[in-house]
Write a protein that binds this ligand. Structure first.
Ligand SMILES: [Zn+2]
Length: 420
């Protein structure tokens, strides 16, 4: 007998990942024809399973399996299908495949879920394309701002509204829409870190998603000079200034961790490689970006203050100008303890660990919109956002079965909407 869970995971992932720009790895840009084609594959598979397939104005996909109580808020389960450039096979896609496997398990058992189960494939989760956090999910929740629809895509320079319209969506309706009413959202996703693989644990339950403060287009303006002719005290060297900044941020980061705070600091790009740079020149310009993450919004604000104070000191000492440029921000999102408790009860003897998510995920957007939101993290190997991303589909199948049991037995059913 075939196993509907393994079967669905394998087949759907193979079909989704057959859709990609040329390699290495997998590339499906946000609001591109490739992302649309991957959504088409999921819609077709959901239709064959007997689910009611629909899309909202932002082209998020919802495939509904009717539950016994049609009036109670639904359980949405899903993730995204876009990828970073040259990304992996599982970031996002594994979560959508898991949602479909969960639906397949209910269909196969002949027993409807307690409330509607909605397989959900969001759009535009990877903010590497548009400088907007959780664009598709927030559009579906009625929380996307007009200025965010004007954000340019990194590769094309054309706006989010343009690309959305081109794929068949309706930006005006997105802005006018009130969004989905709060229910429950559960996302399966690879951990994108080494913790679970190192511990030999198949999956974990996520307590919260870190927020982020990002400066994607920062730069340092110094003064070009001759490397032999310019004395040290008369230089305005952009590279030495960045070194000062990185060293200072690292020191403050260590202090925050020592004090028990949660923080990650990354200078993800340093570009001093323009044609103007040369062996015999004091560097006059340097471009960089900065990514700060924490589970504590106040800590992000405080660290931003530290950053600006250090910049002031470096400008005074080095004679350079540091221009941070526009900031983009996502707020930390605590996930639902009730959802975690329900899954832990269903797990019985050896409950999965609880852990924080370092990366941002759609579940955070649902939590911010007042949904009961949760995540299951799956162990993975070889990092993430790379073509080598790897996972064991048996881990995912085991997690799907746990959620199936918890949902079927009423441990994670959405709370009844309060009568008005
Ligand atoms: Zn993802």
């Amino acid at each position: 007998m075939t196993d509907p869970v393994r079967d669905t995971l394998e087949r759907l992932l193979a079909r989704i990942n057959a859709i990609s720009a040329p390699g290495p790895g997998f590339t499906r840009p946000s609001y591109s024809p490739l992302e649309s084609a991957a959504h088409g594959v999921v819609a077709e598979a959901a239709g064959r399973l007997g689910l009611d397939v629909g899309r909202d104005a932002a082209l998020n996909l919802f495939a509904r399996l009717k539950g016994r109580d049609r009036d109670a808020p639904a359980l949405h389960v899903g993730s995204h299908l876009d990828t970073v450039p040259a990304g992996g096979a599982f970031d996002g896609a594994a979560g959508v495949a898991a949602a479909m496997a969960l639906a397949a398990l209910f269909v196969e058992s002949g027993e409807p879920p307690p409330v509607d189960l909605v397989v959900t494939a969001t759009r535009a989760e990877e903010s590497v394309w548009f400088p907007v956090s959780y664009a598709g999910a927030r559009a579906g929740l009625g929380r996307l701002r007009p200025d965010e629809l004007a954000a340019p895509r990194a590769d094309s320079g054309r706006s989010l509204a343009d690309h959305l319209r081109e794929e068949g969506g309706d930006p005006e309706a997105v802005l006018a829409g009130s969004g989905l009413p709060p229910a429950t959202f559960l996302e399966f996703h690879i951990e994108q870190g080494p913790v679970l693989a190192a511990a030999g644990e198949a999956f974990a339950l996520v307590t919260g998603v870190r927020g982020g403060l990002r400066y994607r287009a920062a730069r340092i303006d110094g003064v070009w000079a001759h490397s032999g002719g310019a004395p040290r005290h008369l230089r305005a060297d952009a590279v030495f200034a960045l070194a000062d900044l990185v060293t200072a941020l690292d020191r403050h980061w260590g202090r925050v961790l020592d004090e028990g705070g949660d923080l990650a600091v990354t200078v993800g790009r340093v570009d001093a490689a323009s044609p103007d740079h040369a062996f015999a020149k004091v560097p006059g310009r340097l471009d960089f970006c900065l990514d700060l993450r924490s589970d504590d919004a106040a800590l992000l604000d405080a660290f931003d203050g530290v950053l600006r104070r250090e910049i002031g000191a470096i400008e005074a000492a080095r004679g350079v100008r540091v221009i941070l440029g526009p900031a983009s921000r996502s707020e930390p999102a605590p996930l639902s303890p009730a959802l975690i408790d329900g899954l832990i009860r269903a797990a019985g003897g050896m409950p999965p660990r609880r852990m924080l998510s370092g990366g941002g995920h759609d579940a955070a957007a649902f939590a911010a919109a007042g949904w009961q939101a949760g995540m299951v993290f799956l162990r993975n190997w070889n990092g993430s956002h790379t073509p080598d991303e790897a996972m064991d589909l048996d881990d995912l199948a085991e997690a799907v079965r746990l959620v199936h049991a918890a949902f079927r037995d009423g441990q994670i059913a959405a709370p009844r909407a309060r009568p008005i």
